[in-house]
Design a protein around this ligand. Structure first.
Ligand SMILES: Cc1cc2nc3c(=O)[nH]c(=O)nc-3n(C[C@H](O)[C@H](O)[C@H](O)COP(=O)(O)OP(=O)(O)OC[C@H]3O[C@@H](n4cnc5c(N)ncnc54)[C@H](O)[C@@H]3O)c2cc1C
Length: 362
């Protein structure tokens, strides 16, 4: 089959690789002039990334061994977790190279413009010429604002997006600890982060639904940081009813909103979804059905996020005091954020007081 993928991010290129290696004719269209640029990501992966068996060395920047959670009143807990910090340029190119080596063609400087029936109009951005393609299958992997998904009428008008603002900061950092700061004055609805690249450099950011730059500036000032480089980008809020397949078009990655609502991590869910989509196309299976286990995990993240987004600063202190108990901390150290179902169910069994926060559920 002739398959057009719009967007050469990790979700698009990994889907392209999986389909090209099964003999499909795959063309990937990317509007930027190079894969992976500009960077709009902190590049944190949980150790669930190991499940894919990819060699880390081509894009690994740092390995993390713990996550510090800091409440508004400066209570702290440290959770031992192995995470990876990756370079998104090298990470994205790793998947692009895999796709190319399997026979996919990648066209940079090619921007999806619109749809005319079954024909897609793509603009060659260097010479401003428009070309028309009529693929058998279209895959929208063009990120959180996916023009392709919009052209196929996928998005409901109330779709929400976070906006993340991040800087590379030079200084002195604990090299293997990610620090996360919670509180309504710090980063309403989410958290601010300091993710070290090394002992002398870190990725520092916030993401909120509104006024991200305001909270980012406050956080930078509070910590006396100066930005050596700025990055920013949109992150979709997962929507459990988002349709993923319509006519000959499928959504994957951020275009589908497949992001953990509690952390806004979308890389692992996007790669997992790419595998499900490619299998569904190759084996002519039902994508919507096969994606259900992943949807369940992301749905639980969304519920937890909805609760936390209504937390008072005092609730954060209470939560941290519950999680700091050795019996609960052990659960948080056993399961990664990509495994929320056993994490939440075991934590609830051992500490029923978590149920008190259920009052914030809509
Ligand atoms: C500040 C910030 C920090 C983040 N930190 C993390 C993190 O630490 N860990 C994590 O897991 N996730 C993180 N994320 C989320 C993560 O970046 C995304 O989930 C991930 O990039 C999604 O991959 P994707 O392939 O679906 O989309 P993208 O990586 O967005 O790729 C989509 C591609 O489509 C291209 N495109 C867009 N429009 C068109 C068009 N019209 N025509 C052709 N091509 C087009 C884009 O240029 C882009 O290359 C962060 C996001 C932000 C903004």
């Amino acid at each position: 089959m002739n398959i057009a993928i719009i967007g050469a991010g990790p979700a698009g290129c990994y889907t392209g690789y999986l389909l090209a290696k099964e003999g499909h004719e795959v063309s990937i269209y990317e509007n930027h002039s190079a894969v992976g640029s500009p960077i709009q990501c902190t590049g944190i992966l949980t150790s669930d990334f190991d499940q894919f068996g990819f060699p880390l060395d081509s894009f690994l920047v740092n390995t993390i061994d713990s996550i510090e959670v800091i409440s508004p009143s400066n209570q702290k807990i440290t959770i031992k977790q192995r995470d990876y910090i990756v370079c998104r340029i090298r990470f994205d190119n790793f998947f692009a190279d895999k796709a190319k080596n399997a026979g996919a063609k990648i066209f940079v400087n090619h921007s999806f413009q619109r749809r005319e029936g079954n024909t897609l109009v793509i603009k060659e951005t260097e010479n401003k010429r428009e070309i028309q393609i009529t693929p058998d299958i279209v895959i929208a992997a063009d990120g959180p604002l996916s023009p392709t998904a919009k052209a196929y009428g996928f998005y409901h008008p109330r779709r929400e997006n976070y906006y993340g603002v991040q800087a590379i900061v030079k200084g002195t950092f604990e090299p293997h600890t990610i620090k996360t700061y919670f509180g309504n004055e710090i980063c309403p609805g989410l958290f601010a982060w300091i993710a070290p690249e090394s002992s002398t450099s870190a990725r520092v950011g916030v993401a909120t639904l509104k006024n991200s730059k305001h909270y980012f500036d406050l956080f930078m000032k509070e910590h006396n940081f100066t930005a050596a480089e700025m990055q920013a980008g949109t992150i979709p809020v997962y929507h459990p009813k988002q349709k993923l397949h319509r006519e000959n078009c499928y959504l994957v990655g951020d275009a589908a909103g497949y992001v953990k609502a509690t952390t806004l991590g979308g890389l692992i869910p996007g790669l997992q979804q790419a595998e499900i989509l490619a299998r569904a196309i190759v084996e002519q299976k039902n994508y919507d059905h096969d994606v259900a286990p992943l949807r369940k995990k992301l749905g639980l993240h969304l519920k937890v996020h909805e609760i936390m987004a209504r937390f008072s600063d005092k609730d954060w202190d209470t939560l941290i005091s519950y999680v700091g108990q050795p019996k609960i901390q052990a659960i948080f150290e056993k399961y990664t954020r990509d495994n929320p179902i056993p994490l939440v169910s075991h934590a609830l069994l051992k500490e029923p007081r978590f149920l008190r926060f259920g009052k914030y559920l809509r």
